[in-house]
Design a binder for this molecule. Structure first.
Ligand SMILES: O=c1ccn([C@@H]2O[C@H](COP(=O)(O)OP(=O)(O)O[C@H]3O[C@H](CO)[C@@H](O)[C@H](O)[C@H]3O)[C@@H](O)[C@H]2O)c(=O)[nH]1
Ligand SMILES: [Mn+2]
Length: 395
């Protein structure tokens, strides 16, 4: 299986939590037998322990500065105060030693080989489930280019992002995505958001088994749940299982975590235990995926891990010779406001939703309820209230 060295899957983790997600994503990509390089951008906040595990899964680990939109007004509208740091994704365009890349959020899981995405052009992405004329920025095909990188930063300074995160920015920048070229529309199955279960259950039941990538979009991520290995049960924060299809999706994620990621942490002092084979999508993930909606006992337990290998020595790389990790000083001088995009390292670590302030937690919960289809039409979600919010926003 020849590796194509000028093309890469790229993900991002600015904290250990998202690092866990990235480990599952990377393992699932290995399981899909991809022939592309796996790259992760991390912030200096990611712990050594998680970096060591990441080095077992990813070909290249790159430490980058965190960029933050610090756009609390728009992020509040989204109910996700923590997402300003997703501007850090923009660093992906600096990976110019690759000619083409596929960016994937750390909360995605690959069920089947998706290497054919590299046949697509920049910027190809799937529709966002909340507003399908926008693309979701959790999975997208792009061409690294310092020129595009600087133009994106420029654009961010001039116009900001309508949602405070990278998705708003990228949709404004690649603004003809919705209408210009249908080849740049990836099928929804390449970025099947778990909220689709609530949005359109019938379609999920009809087409869901063909999914290639699951995206655990929203404030509560798979690593926020508790997984009981003996029973393969996923528990929510309230202790009760959620909607059965969501539990099935979470179990897919946890199966990969349990079989491929946990062993990486078994003995961090003496290197880690590597799975001899990554679970292959065809004979494991997909089998379980076909069983979605069935009883949990139909899940095939993952094979046990046979041999112990030394974890490859961690090589944290800063970008290659041509990489410019920050805009050059002249650029900053011409754009004093660029400071707005940066935030000191100590402020980068985002907390899981339970640890956020009461006010923001309230907004997060509202969004979550909304996403789960529990909409308070007569109360706070009444049209008059939404209209008020829209008016405030548009002013
Ligand atoms: O503290 C953080 C937050 C995010 N990320 C990375 O940024 C991605 C996006 O954040 P995520 O929490 O996955 O956002 P979503 O819930 O998926 O929300 C949507 O909105 C975001 C902001 O616009 C977009 O980045 C997402 O692609 C889009 O799906 C993550 O997967 C990570 O790779 C971090 O590393 N650290
Ligand atoms: Mn995401």
């Amino acid at each position: 299986m020849a590796v194509i060295t000028d093309q890469a899957f790229v993900t991002l983790a600015t904290s250990d939590g998202y690092g866990q997600g990235a480990l599952v994503l990377g393992s699932s990509l290995r399981g899909s037998q991809t022939t592309r390089i796996l790259v992760i951008l991390i912030s200096p906040m990611v712990s050594q322990r998680v970096r060591t595990a990441l080095a077992c899964v990813f070909d290249e680990i790159i430490v980058v500065d965190v960029m933050d939109s610090r756009d609390s007004a728009h992020l509040a509208l989204l109910g996700r105060p923590e997402l300003g740091v997703t501007f850090t994704k923009l660093h992906s365009w600096c990976l110019i030693k690759y000619t083409k890349c596929v960016f994937m959020d750390a909360d995605t899981l690959v069920l089947n080989n998706i290497d054919n995405l590299f046949e697509r052009e920049e910027l190809s992405a799937a529709p966002d489930p909340g507003w399908p004329d926008c693309f979701n920025s959790g999975v997208f095909v792009f061409r690294p280019s310092m020129d595009t990188y600087h133009r994106l930063l420029d654009f961010a300074v001039d116009y900001g992002s309508f949602d405070g995160g990278d998705q708003g920015l990228l949709n404004s920048f690649f603004s003809d995505w919705a209408t210009k070229d249908i080849h740049k529309h990836l099928p929804f199955l390449y970025n099947l958001s778990s909220v689709a279960v609530y949005n359109y259950l019938a379609a999920f039941k009809r087409f869901g088994s063909q999914a290639k990538v699951i995206h655990f979009l929203g404030p509560v991520k798979p690593w926020h749940y508790t997984f009981i290995p003996d029973t393969h049960l996923v528990l929510t924060d309230t202790g009760k299982p959620k909607e059965p299809h969501i539990v099935d999706l979470l179990q897919l994620w946890w199966d990969v975590y349990f079989s491929s990621v946990m062993p990486l942490f078994t003995n961090p002092e003496e290197g880690c235990i590597l799975p001899t084979t990554w679970p292959r999508s065809q004979d494991s993930l997909s089998t379980n995926w076909q069983n979605v909606g069935q009883h949990p006992e139909k899940y095939t337990p993952r094979g046990s891990l046979a041999s112990i290998e030394e974890c490859p020595k961690l090589e944290t790389q800063i970008f290659g010779e041509n990489y410019v990790p920050q805009p050059d000083p002249a650029f900053i001088a011409s754009r004093g406001e660029l400071g707005e995009l940066r935030c000191p390292v100590t402020e980068q670590e985002t907390e899981r939703p339970a640890a956020t302030s009461k006010a923001t937690r309230g907004e997060g919960m509202d969004r979550r309820k909304w996403e789960e289809g529990h909409i308070d039409y007569l109360g706070k979600d009444a049209f008059s209230n939404i209209q008020k919010k829209l008016d405030q926003f548009l002013q």
